[in-house]
Design a protein around this ligand. Structure first.
Ligand SMILES: C[S@@+](CC[C@H](N)C(=O)[O-])C[C@H]1O[C@@H](n2cnc3c(N)ncnc32)[C@H](O)[C@@H]1O
Length: 274
C-alpha cells in the first residue's frame, strides 16, 4: 500500500471512531485492545467524552514522568485524553501539544479541551511522519497506540529526534510484536487500522530508535493485545550532547517557540514561510 492509501484507510477508521465518541458511545469491541492504565483520579479530572474517546493501549503520561514547565507533544492525540492529562502535569508554565491527521478527532479533542478548561494545550493537524513543529522545541514526546499506524516508521523516528531538545525523552505506549512473529503473521492477527498489522517487532523498534541516535532504550511489554503482540512501554533519551538537525526549522529560537506552533502550523505547516 502507498503512504496515501494507508493514511486514508486509517483516517476513515478514526473519523468513524470520533463520530461514535461524539455521540456518547465508546470504542467498539475491535478497538478495545487494552486501553487503560488510567487511574480513577485521572478519569475523574477529565470530560466524559475524552475518556470515552480513549483508544490507546496504555497510559504514556504515567511512564513519561512529566514535570512542571515541560513542553509535551502527543503523536496521534485522538480525542485528547493524554494531552489533557499532560497539561495537568506540566501546569500553567508548561504546554501540551496534540498532533493528529483526522479532522473529526481534532474537533473532538478541541471540544474536550474547552470543556476541561485547559488553556495550556494546542491541537495541530498533520502527519506524525512530518511533524509541524520546529527542531528542538519539545521536552517530551508521548504517544498512545499510534506509531504502529504510521505509514513510514523511520520518518516518525527521525521526526521525534528532530523536534526533541537534546536531553529530551520519549514515553510511548504501543503495540509491539515479538521478534519471532514476521509481518505476514502479524497481518493475520489483526488489521492495520486496528493497530496490529503495522506493529513493529521489538528489534525493529530498537533499531529504528538507535538509528536516529536515541540511547537508554527500554521496551517493556505490559499485557498481551493478541497472541504474539503486546501492549508495551517504550522509553528512550536523546543524548544531551546531540547536535540539532540543521533544517530551516531549527533557525526558530526556542525562546519564542512556546507561542509559535499556531502561527507555524497555520502559516505554512512546513518551513518555507516561517
Ligand atoms: C488508536 S487512536 C489513538 C488515539 C489516542 N492516542 C488515544 O490514546 O486515545 C490513533 C489516532 O492516531 C491518529 N493517526 C493515525 N496515524 C496517524 C498519522 N500517520 N499521522 C497523524 N495522526 C495519525 C488517528 O487519527 C487517531 O486519532
Amino acid at each position: 500500500m502507498t503512504t496515501e492509501a494507508i493514511h486514508e484507510e486509517v483516517r476513515e477508521h478514526y473519523a468513524a471512531a470520533a463520530a461514535r465518541a461524539s455521540a456518547g458511545l465508546g470504542p467498539n469491541a475491535a478497538e478495545s485492545i487494552g486501553a487503560g492504565g488510567y487511574t480513577d483520579a485521572d478519569r475523574e479530572r477529565l470530560p466524559e467524552a475524552a475518556v470515552l474517546a480513549s483508544l490507546g493501549c496504555g497510559n504514556p503520561t504515567a511512564v513519561a514522568d512529566l514535570r512542571a514547565g515541560e513542553r509535551v507533544l502527543d503523536l496521534g492525540s485522538g480525542g485528547g485524553i493524554d494531552v489533557l492529562l499532560s497539561a495537568q502535569r506540566v501546569g500553567p508554565t508548561g504546554r501540551a501539544f496534540g498532533l493528529d491527521m483526522t479532522d473529526e478527532m481534532l474537533a473532538l479533542a478541541r471540544r474536550n479541551a474547552t470543556e476541561a478548561g485547559a488553556t495550556n494545550v494546542e491541537f495541530l493537524k498533520g502527519h506524525i511522519e512530518a511533524i509541524p513543529l520546529p527542531a528542538g522545541s519539545i521536552d517530551v514526546v508521548i504517544s498512545n497506540c499510534v506509531v504502529n499506524l504510521a505509514a513510514d516508521k523511520d520518518a516518525v523516528f527521525q521526526e521525534i529526534a528532530r523536534v526533541l531538545r537534546p536531553g529530551g525523552r520519549i514515553g510511548i505506549s504501543d503495540i509491539v510484536a515479538e521478534d519471532d512473529l514476521g509481518p505476514e503473521l502479524r497481518a493475520e492477527r489483526g488489521s492495520y487500522a486496528g493497530c496490529i498489522a503495522g506493529a513493529l517487532s521489538v528489534s525493529e523498534y530498537r533499531t529504528g530508535l538507535e538509528a536516529v541516535g536515541f540511547t537508554d532504550i527500554e521496551i517493556t511489554p505490559t499485557h498481551v493485545a493478541v497472541e504474539g503482540l503486546n501492549s508495551s512501554i517504550i522509553k528512550a533519551t536523546k543524548p544531551s550532547d546531540a547536535t540539532e538537525p540543521g533544517d530551516a526549522r531549527s533557525r526558530l529560537s526556542l525562546a519564542s517557540s512556546r507561542d509559535l506552533p499556531t502561527a507555524y502550523a497555520e502559516c505554512c505547516g512546513g518551513i518555507e514561510c516561517c
